[in-house]
Write a new protein. Sequence first.
Length: 71
Amino acid sequence: VTNVIKGLKTNINLLPKIKVNVVVEDEKVEDLITRISEKVATGNAGDGKIFIRNIEEVVRIRTGERGNKAI
């Protein structure tokens, strides 16, 4: 697709994307990062990113379980 942006012709070639959200116990994070990177890395732009965030609390609505038991 050729577009004109600020008077310049440019080709836009967007790669398909997926988003995956995963919640795991702290001690499993590094292993998960390694496994994901080994499976998806191509060495090219667009390989993606892994964002790591802290989860304050987890509650399973059905049983009321909290914390790691709810994961």
